[in-house]
Design a protein around this ligand. Structure first.
Ligand SMILES: O=C(CO)[C@H](O)[C@H](O)COP(=O)(O)O
Length: 232
């Protein structure tokens, strides 16, 4: 089974948690894309749900699938968000933002009663940090923000190269919110909650890709089958 089939399997298992009438956060990325597609089939079959997309890409896909959409201004809370991740650890802390949608993803996850992470099992790690940590920043004062980030990394016992993300066209990647992303190659983030707190204090940092205590369940698809992990 190839990676894409594994992602679809994880998405299909997460779909079993969706009930008629739910308000759903719709994630971003190649795994979440399967979930949106499968949800679209349910909606076509008569299921009544409403979704909040976490990116313009997901909005376009959900609209094409005819999934009714709303906004976080129009509703109070979401019942469930289903989203992918770049890495997840045994505490179900995550690195997200490889697709550049981390800001809306975190806003939506934080407004949800539950978040289910769907992934192939290569994303599972003992310690976060092998995947470069995406940090969404304001373009103004980039160098100052990066210096403050380096201090936060040192205070958290990590270090590594930082790179401004570029798009496929070679230009600086711009997020849906009009910001830039700095990818930090840290290797092993031994105290992710501590680093998350420090990064959140930096004025030029809009949001970072450490999702601490937000995921309640992970559905991991691998060659041996599906593994479901619940946060303790
Ligand atoms: O955080 C994300 C986008 O900002 C994605 O969820 C993450 O990058 C995983 O993507 P994929 O399912 O394509 O591996």
């Amino acid at each position: 089974m190839d990676m894409d089939q594994l992602k679809r399997q994880a998405a299909a298992r997460a779909l079993e948690h969706v009930r008629d009438g739910m308000k759903l956060g719709l994630g971003t990325g190649s795994t979440a894309k399967h979930f949106v597609e499968l949800l679209g089939e349910k909606v076509a079959g008569g299921m009544k749900v409403v979704g909040v997309p976490t990116s313009e890409a997901t909005r376009a896909q959900a609209e094409a699938c005819r999934i009714p959409l709303t906004t976080l201004d129009a509703i109070d809370r979401l019942d469930l968000t289903v989203d992918g991740a770049d890495e997840l650890d045994p505490a179900l802390n995550l690195i997200k933002g490889g697709g550049g949608a981390l800001l809306r993803e975190k806003i939506v996850a934080a407004a949800s009663d539950r978040m289910i992470v769907i992934a192939d099992d290569t994303k599972w790690v003992d310690v976060l940090g092998r995947f470069p940590l995406p940090v969404e920043v304001i373009p103004f004062g980039l160098a100052a923000t990066q210096r403050a980030m380096a201090t936060a990394f040192a205070q958290s016992g990590v270090s590594g190269q930082m790179g401004l993300r570029k798009g496929r066209d070679g230009h600086v990647f711009v997020t849906d919110g009009g910001h830039w992303i700095v990818d930090a190659h840290l290797g092993r983030i031994t105290d992710a909650p501590h680093l998350a707190g420090l990064l959140s204090l930096i004025p030029g940092v809009v949001e970072h890709g450490l999702f601490i205590g937000l995921a309640s369940i992970a559905v991991l698809a691998g060659a041996q089958g599906i593994r479901v992990v619940e946060r303790r």
